[in-house]
Design a protein around this ligand. Structure first.
Ligand code: HEM
Length: 208
């Protein structure tokens, strides 16, 4: 058991309990989610070299990435599809956890970490949609800002913190850009590392 408490041994464990590698128990849905996250990080970083947030610059830089920058179209598509895949695999992963009742003690804290991850992934998906800067993005941003505005007292301020001041015709702002490209991915990465560490601390992936 000491083996699992030491961080170095955690990265290179000296033993793996029998059964944890059974693919048909997890369907590797958590692993697939993480793979999608890594692809999103790499392709997202590459797009940051050319993307400029803003009312008019957002959409035009997306067009430049997709049709002028070498391999830009492939990278943008990879980013888009990895995002869609991640939303699907994370939800299926959560269903698997429910199916195998793995939310029960001692795994209840990791379940809550998972819920936080799910919210982060959905917010990443939404802010990514806003960064396209199309009229649809503008409409989505307007709906989100208006819904948040309904919260008494803090609503307007919260909308400002989360989205800045998006135009109804674009949705792409510097605030959304920083959330999507820096803050949310960093928080999600740290939380995923904690999620993985907790899996071992809770005794590994195995029927309870
Ligand atoms: C970024 C999203 C997520 C990633 C990358 C991720 C990754 C993983 C991985 C790799 C495992 C090991 C077993 C497996 O592959 O199924 C796991 C287990 C687990 N995950 Fe996630 N997960 C994510 C989101 C979630 C969500 C949304 C929930 C639930 C709300 C959740 C709850 C759990 C629990 C309770 C376990 C332990 C399961 C067991 O021991 O059988 N995770 N996760």
């Amino acid at each position: 058991m000491n083996d699992q408490k030491n961080f170095v041994n955690h990265i290179r464990p000296s033993f793996v309990p029998t059964g944890v590698l059974t693919v048909l128990y997890t369907f590797c849905l958590g692993g697939l989610s993480f793979l999608a996250f890594v692809i999103l990080g790499i392709t997202g970083l590459l797009m940051m070299f050319h993307y400029q947030p803003g009312d008019s610059s957002g959409f035009s830089s997306i067009l430049t990435i997709a049709s002028v920058i070498p391999y830009g179209g492939v990278i943008r598509n990879l980013h888009y599809w990895a995002g869609q895949l991640m939303v699907v695999t994370v939800n299926l992963h959560m269903l698997r956890v429910v199916w195998t009742r793995s939310y029960k003690p001692p795994k209840q804290l990791n379940w809550l970490v998972g819920v936080a991850l799910l919210i982060l992934i959905l917010f990443l998906d939404f802010t990514g949609y806003l960064l396209i800067g199309s009229q649809e993005s503008g409409a989505a941003a307007t709906v989100a800002v208006n819904i948040l505005g309904l919260i008494p007292g803090i609503g307007t301020g919260l909308a400002q913190v989360l989205f800045g001041e998006p135009s109804a015709l674009s949705g792409s702002t510097l605030v959304v850009y920083v959330w999507h490209c820096v803050a949310l991915p960093m928080i999600a990465l740290l939380l995923q590392l904690y999620h993985f560490w907790r899996i071992r601390r809770d005794g590994g992936v195995r029927p309870l």
